[in-house]
Design a protein around this ligand. Sequence first.
Ligand code: PLP
Length: 453
Amino acid sequence: MLSNLATRDVETLIHPYTNLSTFRETGPLVLERGHGVWVYDSDGRPYLEGMAGLWCTALGYSNEELVEAASEQMSRLPFTHLFSGRSHDPAIELAETLKELMPIPTSKIFFTSSGSEANDTQVKLTWYLNNALGRPAKKKIISRIKGYHGVTVASASMTGLPANHADWDLPLPGFLHVGCPHHYRFAEAGETEEAFSQRLADELEALILREGPDTVAAFVAEPVMGAGGAIAPPSGYFEKIQAVLDRYDVRFIADEVICGFGRLGTWFGSEALGMRPDSLSFAKAVTSGYMPLGGVSIDEPLYKALVSQSAKLGTFGHGTTYSGHPVACAVALKTIEIYKRDRIVEGVAEKAPHFQARLSALAEHPIVGEARGIGLIGGLEIVADKNSKRQYDPKAGVAARCVAFAQAEGLIVRFLAGDRIAVCPPLVISPDEIDTLFDRLICALDRTEAWIA
Ligand code: PLP
């Protein structure tokens, strides 16, 4: 029996990434407030937020400094924009701060309001750049099967998940996908991680040669795949991929929407995994999820091209009303100040071995095939047979059931396609809370095992 609030929800809201058919029976989990790594539902029940919302609330749920930063900016200047040369001090200061933090040579910052818009912007900038450089045929974009880059038309085209393509008439022409770097699931018998990485780099090279290097503009990749399964890459992967991209002058775009701002124990995932992208997209933890903000880094050659295009066309014809919203920028500035002052990124590096040890131990559980991660992110896969890696019928919804059991235990984690479960808590989680998270996850796995039997 659904509560009054739940009934009103079912009658009025369309929920993203929700089975809108079964949702009519299950109804929503209505959350009302949060504190630290805990959120509370409308009946006052606490849940450990093991997903940091949607991989974003890095500083947890009741950070008064972020609230004050937003409130102060709201009182002073709640809105102005960056169009036609208009500006405001939070955007200027944030761009300066980000430029200094970027792990790659960065000339300018362009702001968006989401990760999808950031990645859409990357595609458009890549096309615009190649037109400016007089190579109009170099436009194809390569991403990976199971990669996740958002839902706008271009970013969903880069996303490599069936739910974002089937019956959406996507991907658009010119968006190509190469193999997923998931060693556990896709390596051949006996294939080492290095050999698997080499095979994927060879596959990328073969695709570029088949399509013609003068038609391939960019390759986009998350350091650790998020929504595609919380998949950490095999060793040597990005080094080998990078060599191919360098050989054919293919722009490398890192989608740091999840990994940016400390998730892997470094400021950006690119640093942890030895990536040398030309540009990166960020969002989510830049404001600890408290305000919608994203953006892209602009390297000097791209900036020069944008300037020459403006001289030719009369304007830089891109940007949205809320690109660089002053309240979002003020919150981002405060967020980054706290990351630095409280040594949040270093703290992740210190806590990660404990988190990863607890995660890896789950691989011993009778229904878990793989449990692997890096930093404070982890993915595990439920299998029907550990030896053959056979999966359950997707219709059985085993991982969804496990996540429901976790919720009943007071833990929020997320199920993803392929019976995978993602864990990605706020970066401020304490060692004791890490233990609580995994203790509850084990209870959920035990209950799932009993339910299957
Ligand atoms: N890129 C990655 C790696 C993401 O995980 C996400 C969202 O989860 C996006 C892009 C899209 O961001 P948004 O939902 O803010 O549009």
